[in-house]
Design a protein around this ligand. Structure first.
Ligand SMILES: C[S@@+](CC[C@H](N)C(=O)[O-])C[C@H]1O[C@@H](n2cnc3c(N)ncnc32)[C@H](O)[C@@H]1O
Ligand code: SF4
Length: 368
């Protein structure tokens, strides 16, 4: 099998989304992207290096939000009085242009990205720049006002933590009308996947209180031709919710998802390796977050990740290239804290960091 079709940042995208299997998309995989992926595998597998090059840009386009989720991982920034400035449209374009020269894929998030006044134009720009993969993560409440954004996306990720409108309202801090709108939007959007040529994934945060809801969401995904991605709830600073550790209902749920992953191809987005890891949350994971490069709404690059370097980032737009900005961010971090070699005993189980690392470390197992 040619390497270009084999080593992409997230093998699940290949298998589940058939993204690179689709010949019309093959020409989108740049040589630079292939080199970057293979380089990481060599560095990690052969030399055991922690200094890996990002495969995906995670661009927090804003920190505005119309929800106030109980567990929001960006609670401190979202709707904070001390607003983080957003880049102008022109600077957002420049950021994407710079990133594209180094990073093959882009993931738009926030805040709620659909509240950004120029989100369609930003996604369109990413399309023009031929990112290998363009994904956007939304709470789903505003999709009915943004159907056109689907034309620019390869993957739409919608958060959903329950199907019960009252419970959604409680979890997300919204009213029940918004809750039913989210479900309707998801159902309407799901029907457009084929026509608009994108794939849709539901992202469900597992908390000690919504475990039974996840089974219902799984059925909902099967019924509506959606993929399900799960992540255990984390507090600030990479702390997984302690109530999930040693919770028999949680373990039973993950076991069930592993079985479903084997028996019903394509519905569970997470890799089996990831699901096996999060089965036991008391076992710390060695996290190397550098495969995902996170950038704040004002263009600040978080090195090595937003959890660690919230305040010591480097603004990409102050540099001639993304790579130079990344080097400067690294040097700044190293001078303050010493060389970052990963979080050996991290209490974090973030799919966004763990999944690409699993791919780079265990490409063959990852496929299984
Ligand atoms: C910060 S949100 C931004 C995008 C959008 N507002 C949304 O909620 O989908 C990004 C993703 O992180 C998830 N998330 C939020 N808080 C989390 C937490 N404490 N632990 C794990 N995932 C979390 C959300 O469900 C969402 O899928
Ligand atoms: S919708 Fe997303 S950004 Fe908004 S509060 Fe919820 S998790 Fe946070």
């Amino acid at each position: 099998m040619p390497v270009s079709r084999f080593y992409i940042w997230h093998i699940e995208f290949i298998i589940n989304h058939k993204f690179f299997m689709d010949l019309k998309n093959l020409n989108k995989l740049s040589l630079d992207g292939i080199k970057r992926i293979c380089g990481n595998m060599l560095k990690r597998k052969i030399f055991g290096s922690n200094d890996l090059k990002p495969l995906m840009l995670c661009y927090y386009v804003n920190y505005d939000c119309n929800f106030s989720c109980q567990f929001c991982s960006r609670k401190e920034e979202v709707n904070s009085i001390k607003k983080v400035e957003q880049l102008s449209l022109k600077d957002s374009y420049r950021l994407l242009e710079m990133a594209r020269k180094s990073i093959p894929a882009v993931y738009f998030t926030g805040g709620e990205p659909l509240l950004h006044p120029h989100i369609e134009a930003i996604v369109q720009k990413a399309k023009e720049l031929k990112f290998n993969l363009i994904a956007l993560n939304t709470n789903g409440s505003l999709l009915n006002r943004h159907w056109e954004i689907l034309d620019g996306l390869d993957v739409l990720v919608v958060s959903l933590h329950s199907l019960n409108e009252k419970r959604i309202a409680k979890i997300c801090g919204v009213n029940e009308i918004s809750s039913s709108q989210i479900i309707k939007n998801i159902e309407d959007c799901a029907k457009l996947q084929k026509l608009k040529k994108f794939k849709m994934t539901i992202n469900c945060v597992i908390t000690p209180d919504n475990i039974p809801d996840v089974y219902e969401i799984l059925d909902f995904c099967l019924k509506n031709n959606l993929k399900l991605s799960i992540v255990p709830e984390e507090g600030r600073g990479c702390m997984v919710n302690n109530e999930l550790k040693d919770n028999p209902e949680y373990k039973k749920l993950i076991e069930h998802l592993i079985k479903i992953k084997k028996s019903k191809k394509g519905v569970i987005f997470n890799s089996t390796l990831y699901l096996e890891i999060i089965q036991d949350l008391s076992n710390p994971f060695s996290c190397i977050p550098s495969l995902l490069s996170c950038v704040a709404p004002d263009g600040q690059l978080y090195y090595p990740c937003p959890e660690i370097s919230n305040k010591i980032a480097t603004n990409i737009l102050h540099y001639e290239s993304y790579d130079l900005a990344a080097e400067a961010g690294k040097a700044k971090f190293n001078s303050l804290f010493g060389k970052f070699i990963g979080c050996a005993e991290a209490n974090t189980f973030k799919a966004a960091h763990i999944e690409p690392l699993l791919l780079v470390e265990n490409p063959l197992n990852y496929l299984g």
